[in-house]
Design a protein around this ligand. Sequence first.
Ligand code: NAP
Length: 255
Amino acid sequence: MRLKNTVAIVTGASSGIGQAIAIRFAREGAAVVVDYVGDADTPAATEMQIASFGGRSIAVAADVSKPEEAQNLIDRAVAAFGRLDIVVNNAGIEKKCDFVDYPLDEWQKILAVNLVGPFLVSQAAARQMIVQGQGGRLINISSVHEDLPMPTNSAYCSSKGGLRMLMRTIAVELAKHRITVNNIGPGAVFTPIDADVEAKPEMEKALMAEIPLNRWGKPEEIAGLAVFLASDEAAYITGSTYFIDGGMLRQSGSY
Ligand code: NAP
């Protein structure tokens, strides 16, 4: 067990990548706080899977874009498990729209969840980790789009680009406390966030053509990288993005 005796928060852990990370962390011995928004039954599937192998978890409702709810997430983790070692800022949303038509309120909402959320949760978590004095791990689920432009997705790309510089900057600031900060940059992973692409075979075919390994990534593959970055083996890694994209960022057109 690579995360034995640790306490981890995973935001947006009721579905997709966050769910896979929460379950895998629990399998590796972490006590896991399953953050969710929406109905109280939203995190049930994640919690049930964790309980099925005797793992430990609690579910906490917290909209990461709201300061008081982000703080409450940290407080609940410490109240339940006594400490906090690992945070995965996974919660994220997107909306595609032509730039010239993009509604300001939608743009601000995406920035609030995808960038302000990790700021709020990481800040509250770092304060707790500094008090504990034993270091910690902050991991953001970013995207290939922290680097790669995507037409019609200006808010999402801007939020992930901002997340890259938030990560790099606070990695330097927090290093003296032995708190490491890294991003995971997935390519195309088969989850509900890609429902629009999955529903259109032509769109899906075009996407696959951009991926040298020619398939969707699996949430479990992202979880494997998250375990590594959360573990002791990654103690000397900070300030970097780890892309996991089937070669998407390296493709150079058809050949
Ligand atoms: P997903 O299944 O839609 O998961 C997103 C999760 O975030 C959901 O559980 C959602 O809860 C939660 N969430 C949304 N707003 C929230 C808020 N304000 N506070 C707390 N939680 C909130 O999609 P996913 O693909 O697993 O995405 C997870 C992360 O991976 C995102 O940051 C995304 O940008 C990133 N990513 C995904 C892909 C991909 O291809 N799937 C590629 C690159 C990066 P509700 O469902 O209840 O709204």
